[in-house]
Design a protein around this ligand. Structure first.
Ligand code: CA2
Length: 148
């Protein structure tokens, strides 16, 4: 099984700015934790970050036939990007939306996710653990392809 983790804009700054909101863990730390858990579960991982919307769209399209599940923290594009929504819908790869923070407990503009309706489900509010939960949800979705 192969899972592609995609990370949107500014997540490369994790651990270096606004630690009161996003903590002191870097994206590289999170990737290492995800890879550790994936090794235990015998899952192959792709892990990428971009600040460019079109690059994320390209990676979603290129995942077809290469990855079984996508786990995406689309960051601010969650709330703005019809292009990401259309790409997820078009490729038909089961996709799980994740966030570090609880977007529903934050500013009103973060409550709406444009990708939620084309994702299998959403995990938010658990800090870096959201990524591990996303990986475990990916296993569940892949094992229950017809029903989940
Ligand atoms: O909680 C999440 O994971 C978010 O996807 C993070 C996004 C935010 O726009 C979403 O509403 C929720 C922001 C990621 C930016 O991360 C930063 C890290 C350090 C300093 C500044 C931004």
């Amino acid at each position: 099984m192969k899972v592609l983790f995609l990370n949107g804009p500014n997540l490369n700054l994790l651990g270096t700015r606004e630690p009161e909101v996003y903590g002191r863990t870097t994206l590289a730390d999170i990737e290492a934790k995800v890879r550790e858990r994936a090794a235990q579960l015998k899952i192959e991982i792709g892990f990428r970050q971009s600040n460019v919307e079109g690059e994320l769209v390209n990676w979603i399209q290129e995942a077809k036939g290469k990855f079984d599940v996508i786990v995406i923290n689309a960051a601010a594009y969650t709330h703005t990007s019809i292009a990401l929504r259309d790409a997820i819908s078009a490729v038909g790869i089961p996709t799980i939306e994740i966030h570090l923070s609880n977007i529903h407990a934050r500013e009103e503009f973060r409550h709406k996710s444009l990708i939620a309706s084309v994702c299998k489900g959403q995990i938010c509010g658990f800090g870096q653990k959201s990524y591990i939960l996303g990986l475990e949800a990916a296993v569940y979705v892949n094992e229950n392809k017809k029903t989940s």
